[in-house]
Ligand binder design. Sequence first.
Ligand code: HEM
Length: 476
Amino acid sequence: MQTTNASQAEFRAAREPTGPEPVSLWRVLRGHRADPLVRWTDIREAHGDVAHYRFATRDTYFISSADGVRRVLQDNAANYTKQHPSYRMLRRLLGNGLLTSEGSFWLRQRRLAQPAFHKGRLGAMASAMTAAALELSDSWERAAGEPLPMAREMSKLTLQVVGDALFGAELADKAAPVARAWEVLGAQLAERFAKMRLLPPILPTAYDRAFREARRTLFRVVDEIIASKRARVGRSDDLLSMFMEARDEDTGERMSDEQLRDEVVTMLLAGHETTAVGLTWAWARLDAHPDAARELHAEVDRVLGGRPPSVADLAELTYTRAVISETLRLHPPAYIINRHVLEDDVICGHRVGAGGSIVISPLVMHRHPAYWERPAAFDPRRWLDAEAEKRRPRFAYIPFSAGPRQCIGNHFSMMEATLVLASLAQRFSPELVVPSLPATEYAVLARPAGEVRMRIRRRSPARAGATARESAEAPA
Ligand code: HEM
C-alpha cells in the first residue's frame, strides 16, 4: 500500500491543531483515567475535527470528523500503522495474528482468511449459530425466573459459535478454561495498556505468573484444537483448514504451528468477547426500553411463528438487526482505534506529525450531533430510515472500524447477534435485577460493569403484544 501524504509545503501551510492540557507520564503510570466518553466529547467540542495533546511521552491526535476518519482508516491508511504501543504490546503478549500483523505478511494472511468470511459461506455457519442459541434457550428454560450473569451467558455462547463455525471443533468442554483464562488476560491487558506497563510478564510476581498461566492455558486449548483438526480424517473447509492447507506463493511453505496458533488465538479473542459484549448491552437496552422490546417481540413472532430462525429469515428480521446496530452505536465494544503516524500528513487542514499517535473513538463518532439526530436516544427505528442512512457519511458509523483493516468478522458478527437475539427473544424477555442500565467499564472493550445479572422471564405468547415487563410470565 502506498501513502498519499501531504507535501511538505502543504504540511507547513496547514494549521497547528489545538488541544487540552498534557496528560503527564506520572499520571498515566498511576493509571489515572477520566471517563473516555466525557473527556473525548469535551475535546471534540472544544477543539473540533483534529485535536492535539501530549499523552505521557507521545503527541496524540484525536480525530472526530467523518472526513478525518476516512483519511486515517482508508484514503491514507498506509501512513497510519499498527506500530502503536498498544498493538506492539498485544503482539508481544498474544502473538502476531491478523489483528496485530502488518505489511505484506498481514495482506497474505488476510487474503487467506477472507474466503472463510465470504457472505456466501456465512450462510452455512448460521446453523451453528442457531444451534448454540437453542441450546442456551433450553438451559434458560430450566433456569426460568432465576437471575443469571448475562455477560457470562453471552460469552459462553459466542465462544462456542466461533469454535464451531470457524474451526469445526467442539469447544463446549473447553469453554470454561478459555473463559477463565480470558478473564485474567483481558483484565491485565486493560491494566497494562492503561498504566503503560511495557515490560513483558516475566517477573516472578503473582501478577506476572497469573498472566503466564492464563496464556499457557489458552495456548494449550488452541494447540488441542489444531491437533484434533490434524487428526481428523477427510477434508473440511473451515477457516482453520484453510490456514492449514495454504502454501506461501513464493516458498511453497505451509504456516508453522506457531503462526497457526497466533491466528486461532486472534480469532477466538477478537471473535467472541466483542459480540458477547454487544449482545449483553442489547439485552440490557431491551429491558430499559419496553417499546423497543415490544417491537422486537412482534417481529420475531410474525416472522418466525415459533420456529428457529434460519439464514433465509434474516432479510425479514429488519427490526432485530436494527436493535443490534443501535446497540453497537451507543455501546461500541471496540471504543478506541489507535494508529501510529508514520510520516507528516495533513488531516482536515491540520498538521499531524510523524511519530505521533492517532486516537479515533467510535463512542464519539456515534454520538456526534452533526451526524445523528437525538444522538443519545436509543432508537432502533433510525436504522429503518433508508434516506437518513444515505445522508449519513459512511465513516460516522464505525463499530467494526473501516478501510483495509476493518473487522473481518463484521458480517459474521451481525448475523450471529441477529440470529441469537431472534432465537432467544421468541421465548424470553430477560429483566435486569438492578433495574437501571449498567455503568460502562472501559477496559480492553467498553463493557457493562459487573456481571449484569438478569432474571430469565419466559414470554407469554398470548400476550406477545404487551411490553417486555408486562408480557413476562411469573417465574416458573
Ligand atoms: C460486535 C462484534 C465485533 C466488533 C465490535 C469488532 C470490532 C473490530 C474492530 C474495531 C476492528 C479493527 C481494529 C483496528 O484495526 O484497530 C476489528 C478487527 C478484527 N476483528 Fe472484529 N469485531 C467484532 C467481531 C469479530 C468477529 C466475530 C471476528 C471473528 C470471528 C472478528 C475478528 C477480527 C479480526 C481478525 C480483526 C483484524 C482484521 C485485520 O486487521 O485484518 N471480529 N474488529
